[in-house]
Write a new protein. Structure first.
Length: 168
């Protein structure tokens, strides 16, 4: 079997919490502009520019996508902010997975407990391809939630067929 290379992009859905954060950012910008107008009118224009740009920048940072890159058993996950800034957030070998199952799999729920860190690289919605994997990373037991497509699932299953429990 040759090299396996698969990529997938998953967009994080906006939640009510994201909406509240946006409202709070806008209110904070309005407060800064109002205080500048009341107490230091000479810098009002500068305050409008800085507060406006700061609010815009913070709101744009809520646009998040995750890119899964699966290469020969290694899974790399990048976080893409506002389609412009990319940061590698995780690199792991799927051979290190203790177990991987659908997040709603009741038969393996007991294996998905006792973790020290929870990483969610999913859209935020539970779908038929929303899986959880438990593994040790940097001396911590980690539970990772992600949404691999069928090709990535096949690649993972090829390497760890006894640890991956596919949704039926």
């Amino acid at each position: 079997m040759g090299d396996i290379f698969k990529e997938q992009l998953v967009t994080k859905k906006r939640t009510p919490k994201d909406g509240m954060i946006t409202v709070l950012i806008i209110l904070a910008a309005i407060l800064v502009i109002s205080l500048a107008f009341l107490f230091i009118p000479q810098v009002f224009l500068l305050a409008v520019i800085i507060a406006g740009y700061g609010a815009y920048w913070l709101i744009q940072r809520q646009n998040i996508e995750y890119e899964y890159i699966y290469t020969n058993g290694d899974l790399d996950i990048d976080k893409i902010i506002n389609k412009s800034k990319r940061k590698r957030v995780l690199s792991v070998s799927v051979k290190d997975f203790d177990v991987m199952a659908h997040v709603e799999d009741k038969n393996h729920a007991h294996e998905m407990t006792g973790f020290e860190k929870n990483l969610d690289f999913s859209s935020g919605e539970i779908k038929s391809n929303t899986y959880a994997a438990v593994f040790n990373h940097n001396n911590q037991k980690v539970k990772m939630i992600f949404e691999p497509n069928e090709e990535i699932l096949k690649g993972i299953f090829h390497l760890i067929p006894r640890k991956l429990y596919l949704k039926k």
